[in-house]
Ligand binder design. Sequence first.
Ligand SMILES: Cc1cc2nc3c(=O)[nH]c(=O)nc-3n(C[C@H](O)[C@H](O)[C@H](O)COP(=O)(O)OP(=O)(O)OC[C@H]3O[C@@H](n4cnc5c(N)ncnc54)[C@H](O)[C@@H]3O)c2cc1C
Length: 448
Amino acid sequence: MAKKESRAAQRERLLQAAADVKTPSDCDVMVIGGGAAGLTAAICAAEEGASVVVLERDLECGRSILATGAGRCNFANVQLDARRFNDPSFVAEVCGARWLDDVLGFFRDCGMRWCLEDDRLYPMSRQAASVRNVLLARARKAGVVLAPAREFQSASWIKAEWLGEIDDAVHYRPETSTTQPAGMAEVAHTLPLSENGALYLPGARAVVLASGGEPLPFMGELGLSLVERTPVLCPLACEDSPLSVLDGRRAHVLARLTKKDSLFPSYQERGEVLLRSYGISGIVSFNLSRRAGTGDLVELDLAPDLNESQLRQLVDPFASGDFEAGCLDGVLDPAIAEQLEHLARRRWHIDWDERKEPQSDSETLMMLVKRLPFVVKGPAETEKAQVTRGGLANDQFNPTTLAHHELPWLYACGEALDVDADCGGFNLAWAWKSGMVAGTAAARWALS
Ligand SMILES: Cc1cc2nc3c(=O)[nH]c(=O)nc-3n(C[C@H](O)[C@H](O)[C@H](O)COP(=O)(O)OP(=O)(O)OC[C@H]3O[C@@H](n4cnc5c(N)ncnc54)[C@H](O)[C@@H]3O)c2cc1C
C-alpha cells in the first residue's frame, strides 16, 4: 500500500511546485484569488481568448472548495432564487433568468455530473475534490497560469510566498518599498500608478478581484467603497439557553424568528438544530444568523408534525393541568423530553414580550414543546462562519459585466462583493455565475 504523504512533505512538494510556476510578465487578465469564483472567472476569460494569470495566496488553488458541504460540496440548488440573498435585485441582474442552466452547463462542460438531495446539488461522487479537480483541469487546458503561494498584498507590489515564509505563525511582513524583495525576482511585480493616478498592473490589462470574504488591504487605497464585514452562516449564542445541558443533541424543528420590536415572526424554517451549551447550531441556525440580531426571539417547535390538540392528547388528555413522566418519549428525543419535563415542573418561562405566565405544569410543557424560546445574544463560533456579509459595495459595479463604474479595468466576483445567501448551494452558485460574468467581461475588455 502506498505510504501516506506527511503534511510536511506535502507542504514542501506544493511549495516547490509553486516555485516552479513561471508567471509571465504580461497577461490580459489577472485574477486575484483562486477559489470558486476566481477559478471560474479565469476559465471563462481564457476561453474568450485572453491570457490569464491567477494569483492565489494559498499553496494550491481551489482549496477553499474542499471544505464545502462537509467535504461533499453542495455546489448549487435547483431552486436558485435571488430572494435567498441579501441584495436580491443586484444578484438577479447579475445572474439573469438562466442562472441554473448556466451553472450546470458550465459543470457539464467540465465533465462533471451531479446528484440531487432535496433541492441541493452535489457532484455525483459526493466529493468536493471532484469539483476542485475539474476546475483545475479545465483551467490548465484553457492555458490559465495558476500561480499559488502568491499573496497580492498591496497596491504597490505582489508578494511571493515560497521562500519559507508561508508558515501559519509567520505571515506577511508589511512592505512599504516597491523594490523587489531578494529572491522574488520572478513574481514580484511593482505596480506603479498610471498617468491619471489610477492603479494599473503592468502586464495585466484587466484585474478580477476574487479574494473571498477577507478584505484586500489595498481596496481602500484604490478608493473602493467597502461595506463593513460581518460573519454570517454560523451558530447563535443565546441568553440562558434552556437546553444548554443537552450540548450535542440534535432535534428536527420548525424554527420561527421574531424581531425584538415585532409581535409576529418574520422568518421560519424547518430542519435540524444542534443544541449547544451556548445556544443553537446547525443549518437552521446558520440561516437564522443572517437575519437575527441581539434581543430577537427564536422559538423552536420541537414537534412540528403535531398540532396543539394532538399534543394535548399526549400530554394532558383530561385537562388536569398535570402530565405523566415520559409522556413525550414516543415523540421527542427522550433526553430532550426529560429536560422539558424538568423545566415544566419549575414553570420555566421567559420575560419577552411580557408574555403571560403558564398556568399549569401541562400548559408549560406544551408551550416548551411548541415554542421553546431562545433569546439571541449574537453570532457564535464566528471563526467557522461559512460566509461573510459585507465587502465591496455592489453599487459601484455594473451588474451586466461586474466592471467597476469608474475603473473599467477592475472587476469583482464571488464573496469579495457584498453578497451572501442561505445555506443550500446558493453561495457557491453565486461564486460560479458571478465568476463567469466577471471573467468573460474582463477578457472582452482586455482584448478590445
Ligand atoms: C466550511 C464551509 C462550508 C461551506 N459549504 C458550502 C456549500 O456546501 N455550499 C455553498 O454554496 N457554499 C458553501 N460555503 C460558502 C462558499 O465556500 C463560499 O461562498 C465560496 O467559497 C466563495 O467563493 P469565492 O471564490 O468568492 O471565495 P473563496 O472560495 O474564499 O476564494 C477566495 C480565494 O482568494 C484567496 N485570497 C484571499 N486573499 C488573497 C490575496 N490577497 N492574494 C491572493 N489570493 C488571495 C484565498 O486564499 C482563496 O483561495 C461554505 C463555506 C465554508 C467556510
